[in-house]
Design a protein around this ligand. Sequence first.
Ligand code: MN
Length: 289
Amino acid sequence: MKNLAFIQRNDTRFAVGDFSPVLSIFSYHDLGSTVSPFLLLDHIGPGRLLPSTQRKGVNDHPHRGFETVTIVYAGELEHRDSSGGGGIISAGDVQWMTAAAGIIHQERFSEGFTQSGGRFEMVQLWVNLPAADKMGPPRYQSLARAAIPVLELPDGAGSVRIIAGTHQGVAGPAQTHTRMNVLDVQLNAGQSAIFDSAEGDTALVYLLSGRLLFDKDQALEEQGLAVLSQQGAGVSVTATENSRLLVLSGERIDEPINGHGPFVMNSYEEILQAYDDVKNGRLGPGTAS
Ligand code: MN
């Protein structure tokens, strides 16, 4: 079994565009390749949106070199990109966007949710791409709630939504460039569960709400991140309160990481190239070579 290596906590909330509060759970800026193939995780909300006519969100911005995975727990987002593509991401849905060579998009609350208002909560995970795929074609995977398998844990312990990878032989719908598991888990108080994670793989547990124990007596409080050892196989957790957690595990990408703002590449030259391409209209759908 993997052991707890350390707990990462950051209690500073900020705004991204006019989404707030946003909690930065982890970033490769702080943790480098420790979290590879994952780069960053933001928790948006929980919060309550008042009914309005002004749509909140993040206006047009580019991405290159990685993927963004948006999991909506409550509320509704609308995504739109510079090619005219777009869609609605409702509670339970996941959008797996491969920016690769480049996308320019906006992410805002949907018109319907803006009018009705209500509770919102979502996370956005950034997943790195191997160097060979960083300049590949952009792609969207809209994973509707109904397309994501839910596995009930034995003895009413909770449930696992398999977004990517597998749990107990059941595969999730996301197509990934490297091997990984992304599991959205509910675990009831007093219950334990074990999740697959291979020897040598990165394994992370983000606790959205509740309280967990690792290695029998190491507590993880809500909105904290547990980083597990690369050594050992499998992740074992026990909930001491009803808990909602994301279990992220995957094969590491052992390549240099060079990122700035919305770009994550391998070298500084490639970052400068990305800014140059945005300036000259060479980054975005339809421009990938
Ligand atoms: Mn974005």
